[in-house]
Design a protein around this ligand. Structure first.
Ligand code: MN
Length: 359
């Protein structure tokens, strides 16, 4: 008998049997399906979008037009919406070019909308409007401080290291057993897992994460290529920006807190949305003796994105929520948005963190 991937971990699959069947039934009922996430999805969000499209393709087929799409067994019309188009870093993935910004045709609506790696709060306004008009709404996510909206189907497991890990786990349920792990699907899943675990380093990385990853490599995922693209490749502009932020770092709270600022005038004319900010924040998040790191990013119009990173036992998702009710994400990697002049924003963030750092 074939040894099961989940041997020794039975609860993991068992508790997803119901949600897996519900997702399959929702897709079955639909003829048109919207799959979306944030305006510029990260590796996990985009990998999850592509993976879910592969699920539909393998189980039902993809229709070439809305007219050809069918409820039940037939092929589905699937739209992958990214407000800013295919994220350049993930454009190498099979099927990545299917992603597009919302367009006029989307006003015809969708039977089913599925948001991955976050809920409606993380969508931009155009995608949110299309999603709100879907007849059935689903959300698949792994954020602990995630969406507060209501969905017809919410599959959320904060113990999973990535939404793509959750999707890979769903593939193990009875409802999805018929889906073959093709190379494009394996690579989309692997991209998400690698991205959200920081290449198998962050705290939610588990034996299960590694077991899934092994299976994805066995299915043909090109680990070295994906590793380079997802973890290492850096735009020269981002490298220059990284050095500017590093040189301007402030050390606060007796060395326990590091604060970096990225202002519009540092961007050499680029739009703030085009900066690979994870390439800037990740290297400064693990400076010896620091317990928390903040990167304040100016987005224009006195509007700042606050990225928070922490060491174990400091929950920065709580800090993000305290600063902004829409903030959140993970205990050790979180973010929020604040408005106001830099001085004021900086003071609010430092005060919230210094209380927790006992300094
Ligand atoms: Mn994620």
């Amino acid at each position: 008998m074939e040894r099961s991937l989940s041997e020794g971990l039975p609860d993991l699959i068992a508790r997803l049997e119901g949600p897996g069947a519900a997702l399959r039934a929702s897709i079955d009922r639909a003829s048109t399906i919207l799959i979306a996430s944030e305006p510029l999805p990260d590796g996990d969000a985009f990998g999850a979008m592509l993976s879910l499209r592969c699920f539909v393709e393998a189980a039902f087929g993809i229709a070439s037009s809305r007219e050809e799409a069918r409820a039940g067994k037939g092929p589905k019309h699937v739209a992958l919406l990214c407000e800013r188009g295919t994220p350049p870093r993930y454009a190498f993935l099979d099927g990545a070019r299917a992603a597009r910004p919302p367009a006029g045709e989307d006003s015809e609506g969708f039977d089913l909308g599925v948001l991955v790696d976050g809920g409606v709060e993380r969508c931009g306004a155009p995608v949110r409007a299309v999603f709100e008009s879907c007849r059935e709404k689903a959300c698949i996510d792994h954020h602990r401080a995630g969406s507060r909206a209501r969905y017809d189907l919410a599959i959320v497991d904060p113990e999973r290291a990535a939404t793509t890990e959750l999707l890979a786990t769903l593939l193990e349920t009875e409802a999805w057993k018929d889906v073959r792990l093709s190379r494009p699907l394996a690579e989309a899943l692997y991209t998400g897992i690698l991205s959200d675990t920081g290449a198998f380093v962050y705290s939610l990385t588990s034996p299960w994460t590694h077991r899934i990853a092994a299976r994805l490599l066995e299915a043909g995922a090109r680990a070295s290529l994906i590793g380079e693209k997802v973890m290492l490749d850096i735009a020269p502009e981002d490298l220059r920006l990284q050095s500017k932020v590093v040189l301007g770092l402030s050390t606060l709270c007796s060395g326990k807190l590091l604060l970096g600022v990225l202002t519009l005038d540092m961007l050499e004319g680029r739009a703030p949305e085009d900066v690979g900010y994870d390439r800037i924040v990740n290297p400064i998040a693990f400076v010896s003796a620091s317990r928390a790191t903040v990167l304040l990013r100016e987005m224009g119009g006195e509007h700042w994105k606050v990225s928070l990173r922490s060491r174990p036992d400091l929950d920065v998702a709580e800090v993000a929520r305290e600063l902004d009710p829409q903030g959140g994400c993970h205990a050790r990697a979180a973010g929020c948005t604040l408005r106001g002049p830099l001085d004021l924003v900086r003071r609010r963030v430092v005060l919230a963190l210094s209380r927790r750092l006992g300094a």
